[in-house]
Design a protein around this ligand. Structure first.
Ligand code: TTP
Ligand code: CA
Length: 362
């Protein structure tokens, strides 16, 4: 039976998150970029570019640039930044190198994204021992790979993840059981996984702003207003989180999407774009030695209406021709003649769980 976290937990969870990951790989490999505002993402095209920012250096963040921001806005904020298109194969390699270092310690490992993983280091027995390990991991990643990361150590996964965020870059925050609640209490409720913009606004309406407010609120009132899910949210607010580090939860999908420079209904351009996207996702699939069963095509029309259509094969395949042909047939099924803004392809249902979830959209 897993421990409950608050106060009595014996669990020690380590969460590692690489700092400004894609930008760090670029700056490591091209020293001239260091200390400069570097933006990885779509082509800004002198301010007319239509994709988004994948990530950026902290120097670029000082100008207000953020992940997922339109690249045109990033260009306005800092026109003299160095804008680079992503080179995913190098990020995937760096990610694999980081995960290999984490694996050497023999603790249960759950990779949750390209640059993020949990380790269950409870076996070490004490937080000071776990802290020593965290220092060693940070040191190894820096000396062997030339990259920095931030680590959180805590009795639960949710708190370990929050802890890794608070002191970026190159952070190490340890939240021992007795400090769990004082760590969580002042944070905005939005920090709790499962509370998005909408729930945050609903909670604000009844005067709940911080995690402390949520933990102390009458649960019956919360249930009446938000349903049974309020119980789990209040548990998380009290530091109770029984979720375990799941070793085999890895890759769920490999995807790639692109925004057209001008919205288009040109069938030739659409077909060529599908070819290029298919080639890229198939390359990622083969880099990771994966086979998949499901192909999903996504179309965003002018006005942002988005449609997806998927097909699942009875057998696993890594064959680029099969996957590309499938993508073409899916796009024929959903293309209704309207002008398209964005096209994407996702491959999923893998035959191995050894890799990572990657959304390679810019
Ligand atoms: P994050 O860990 O969210 O961000 P980061 O590593 O760039 O920065 P931080 O130091 O704050 O952790 O994402 C990891 C990588 O995933 C990021 O380097 C690029 C990619 N990514 C996108 O492509 N689009 C996105 O919207 C986000 C958030 C990340
Ligand atoms: Ca990161």
């Amino acid at each position: 039976m897993p421990d409950i976290a608050f106060g009595t937990s014996q669990r020690i969870i380590l969460h590692l998150d690489m700092d400004r990951f894609y930008a760090s790989v670029e700056m490591r490999d091209r020293p001239k970029l260091r200390r400069k505002p570097v933006v990885i993402g779509a082509d800004p095209n002198h301010g007319k570019g239509r994709g988004v920012v994948a990530t950026c250096s902290y120097e670029a963040r000082a100008f207000g640039i953020r992940s997922a921001m339109p690249i045109s806005q990033a260009f306005v904020l800092c026109p003299h930044a160095v804008f680079l298109s992503p080179d995913f194969s190098r990020y995937v390699k760096a990610s694999a190198d980081v995960m290999a270092i984490l694996k050497t310690h023999g603790f249960p490992l759950q990779q949750v994204s390209i640059d993020e993983a949990f380790l269950d280091v409870s076996r070490l027995g004490t937080f000071p021992a776990a802290t020593d390990l965290a220092v060693r991991i940070k040191d190894t990643i820096l000396t062997r790979l030339g990259l920095t990361c931030s680590i959180g150590l805590a009795p639960t996964k949710v708190v370990a993840k929050l802890a890794s965020e608070v002191h970026k870059p190159d952070g190490l925050i340890v939240v021992e059981p007795e400090n769990l609640f004082s760590f969580l209490a002042p944070m905005p409720v939005r920090k709790i996984p499962g509370i998005g913009k909408k729930s945050e606004a609903d909670l604000f309406d009844i005067g709940i702003r911080t995690i402390r407010d949520l933990a102390a609120f009458d649960i019956q009132v919360l249930i009446a207003r938000f349903g049974r899910s309020a119980i789990a949210l209040q548990d998380l607010a009290a530091g109770i989180d029984r979720s375990e580090v799941k070793e085999r939860e890895g890759v769920k999908s490999v995807s790639r999407e692109t925004t057209f420079t001008n919205d288009t209904d040109d069938e030739h351009l659409i077909a060529v774009t599908i070819d290029a996207l298919a080639e890229e996702v198939c390359r990622n699939l083969s880099d990771e030695s994966l086979h998949c069963r499901t192909v999903t095509v996504k179309v965003r029309y002018q006005g942002f209406v988005t449609k997806t259509k998927a097909r699942t094969f009875p057998h696993y395949t890594g064959d680029p021709v099969t996957l590309r042909t499938c993508a073409h047939s899916l796009i024929r099924d959903i293309f209704d003649g309207r002008k398209i803004r964005l096209l994407g392809i996702r491959l999923s249902s893998f035959d191995t769980c050894d890799a990572l979830q990657m959304t390679l959209g810019v």
